[in-house]
Design a protein around this ligand. Structure first.
Ligand SMILES: Nc1ncnc2c1ncn2[C@@H]1O[C@H](COP(=O)(O)OP(=O)(O)OP(=O)(O)O)[C@@H](O)[C@H]1O
Ligand SMILES: [Mg+2]
Length: 360
């Protein structure tokens, strides 16, 4: 059973605390992504799980065993790094089997495990090549092979794809997901790329400055961000944010620059808020009453959608339109907010405020 449990896990370097008491329970076979901006503590957390970094406070368990003081080699986890550092003078076969050889595994067993890993990774024809004769994606597969042959109960990945170009990254992403489906091992995957996190993981943990900002299934984070940080971090293009105030005239509503939206919110009148609307939450008004009229400033025809930049409530906003809508620079747009897809945050604390559409 490779559950991984973090209880009030903390890390300090000298007097500086970088991880502030993280609580997280990772289930057996679960795929969890740790995501957040540079320096938020992703690698430090992963390295603590691997045993490469000492724990300063709290408790870390793998299965039902507390491993705070257990050596990395006795933790039954395998780590794949961004810099996969293959041995240049060894063949692919020797690179994959090297760790087992160092552990004095029997030669026949090594050969069998290497063959099995090569088959899983579909690199059998490459086994006699040296790393210099491989593409970036193939090298990455070899690095994963080294981890697979150890048959660990958990895989730990630290930005394994960031040295690859965009197309290969997408390919290898699919590969890692396929591997997880095939092997079913507990996986902790560190990335600063929110798309990678959302597409790969069963559960995403968003970190900032050594603290968890929110954790949950990908769609929950997208649809119910708990605070401004998560709202702006998840989603591409970013969620549009408009400054507003809770109306104080007895009628529920949010007053924005130039217009008012009929939302009832659980906050006192006069509270400064941020209204969040993703590009797909702003629609052409059609036969409905528009909330506002604006002009197309820039448009990007992507084929699947057309992204339109226009000024809304004093802010440049991005609106996602169907590619069938004819768009031109300067064209007038009558727009309406999709009331069911709006997010409200306290402008001071950044925390989500519960709100619902209100029919005037
Ligand atoms: N050996 C160290 N001594 C002092 N501070 C450190 C050390 N290693 C990391 N830190 C600090 O701990 C914090 C977290 O670093 P970490 O490497 O975990 O970030 P990260 O989220 O992996 O960032 P990135 O996306 O850039 O890899 C950073 O502020 C970093 O400067
Ligand atoms: Mg890192």
């Amino acid at each position: 059973m490779a559950t991984i449990t973090l209880e009030k896990l903390a890390k300090s370097y000298g007097a500086v605390q970088t991880i502030h008491g993280i609580d997280l329970a990772i289930g057996d076979g679960e795929f969890v992504a740790l995501v957040g901006p540079s320096g938020c503590g992703k690698s430090t957390l992963l390295r603590m799980i691997a045993g490469l970094e000492e724990v300063s406070g709290g408790r870390l368990s793998i299965g039902d065993k507390v491993v705070n003081a257990v050596e990395p080699r006795d933790r039954d986890v395998a780590m794949v790094f961004q810099d996969y550092a293959l041995y240049p003078h060894m063949t692919v076969e020797q690179n994959i089997g090297f760790g087992l050889k160092m552990r004095k595994t029997d030669a026949a067993d090594i050969a069998a495990r290497v063959a099995e890993a090569a088959q899983i990774l579909q690199i059998e024809p490459l086994l006699q090549r040296r790393p210099a004769e491989l593409s970036g994606g193939q090298r990455q597969r070899v690095a994963m092979g080294r981890a697979i042959v150890r048959r660990p109960s958990a895989f730990l990945f630290d930005e394994p794809l960031s040295n690859l170009d965009a197309k290969l990254r997408v390919e290898m992403r699919t590969e890692i997901k396929r591997l997880h489906g095939l092997l079913g091992r507990t996986t902790v995957y560190v990335t600063h790329d929110q798309v990678e996190a959302l597409t790969l993981a069963d559960r995403v943990v968003i970190l900032k400055d050594g603290r968890i900002m929110q954790e949950g299934p990908p769609l929950t984070l997208y649809e119910q961000p708990a605070n401004l940080f998560v709202a702006e971090f998840i989603g591409s293009p970013q969620m549009n944010m408009f400054a507003g105030t809770i109306a104080g005239d007895g009628q529920p509503g949010i007053q924005l620059d130039g217009f008012r939206l009929p939302l009832s919110a659980q906050a006192a009148p006069g509270t400064k808020v941020k209204l969040g609307a993703r590009p797909e939450a702003i629609l052409l008004a059609g036969s409905d009453t528009p909330d506002l009229v604006t002009k197309v400033e820039v448009f990007e025809p992507l084929g699947s959608d057309t992204m339109v930049s226009c000024r809304i409530a004093g802010t440049m906003a991005v609106v996602r339109l169907s590619p069938e809508v004819p768009v031109a620079r300067g064209m007038e747009l009558a727009l309406r907010f999709d009331r069911r897809k709006l997010h409200l945050f306290d402008a001071t604390s950044g925390n989500r405020i519960a709100s619902e559409p209100h029919s005037a």
